[in-house]
Design a protein. Structure first.
Length: 160
């Protein structure tokens, strides 16, 4: 992939992440995404196959970031007392959830996905602890990464 293609890929993915987080999958059009990314409307098909493929990649990026947050929170204060560990974990986690950082869109995206599940991934929904009995199975989770409310949530080996 050429440098120009990689730049377009990143611009489309970034614009789609923000727009899907703000409005949800159904309310965002490919044309809006490409306008925000300053890309040709064919860029979505070229780089991601279709809107659902783009959305799967956005969700995969979100899960990857959630795994990194969980791991960073676990590592924070790992040498301290239990109280210091807990404080460090909460600090790291809250910085990602409510902070002014670049990853705060993820929680909006997941809220939309929980409230109005898309035709995208059942593995993503199980990763975030949501039942999708009305959707067909498709995978977007990253190898080695599971996010959810289980005792072993975080970045753990997965199969399938």
């Amino acid at each position: 992939m050429s440098l120009k293609d990689r730049e377009t890929h990143v611009r489309v993915l970034t614009a789609a992440s923000r727009l899907f987080a703000a409005s949800g999958f159904e309310k965002v059009t490919v044309r809006e995404i490409c306008r925000a990314a300053d890309a040709n409307v064919a860029a979505v098909n070229y780089h991601f196959g279709d809107k659902v493929g783009l959305y799967r990649e956005v969700l995969a990026k979100a899960i990857e970031t959630m795994c990194a947050t969980t791991e960073a929170a676990r590592q924070a204060g790992s040498d301290g007392s239990p109280e210091q560990k807990l404080r460090a974990y909460i600090r790291v986690f809250l910085q990602r959830v409510i902070g002014q950082g670049h990853d705060t869109w993820i929680h909006q995206l997941m809220a939309h996905e929980i409230a109005d599940p898309t035709p995208a991934p059942t593995n993503t929904s199980s990763a975030i602890g949501v039942s999708r009995t009305r959707r067909s199975p498709n995978s977007v989770s990253r190898p080695g990464c599971t996010v959810g409310p289980s005792a072993n949530s975080g970045c753990t080996p997965t199969t399938g």
